[in-house]
Design a protein around this ligand. Structure first.
Ligand SMILES: [Zn+2]
Length: 58
């Protein structure tokens, strides 16, 4: 339903309990909604984990 549509489309995810772990550089986990790997950028702000190597700085 409409309420089940999360903010994932805006790259704002929510971690699922039990999936969050310290990976040495920050907290990483898995989105409870869409299931993608996410990393914590700041407090209460989770973004999709960028696993693709960057060839340019932005
Ligand atoms: Zn998500």
């Amino acid at each position: 339903m409409a309420l089940s549509i999360p903010l994932c489309l805006f790259n704002r995810h929510r971690p699922k309990r039990g999936t969050v772990a310290w990976d040495g550089d920050g907290y990483a986990g898995r989105c409870r909604h869409c299931g993608v790997d996410i990393v914590r950028r700041s407090r209460r702000l989770w973004r999709r984990a960028d696993t693709a190597p960057k060839n340019s700085s932005d």
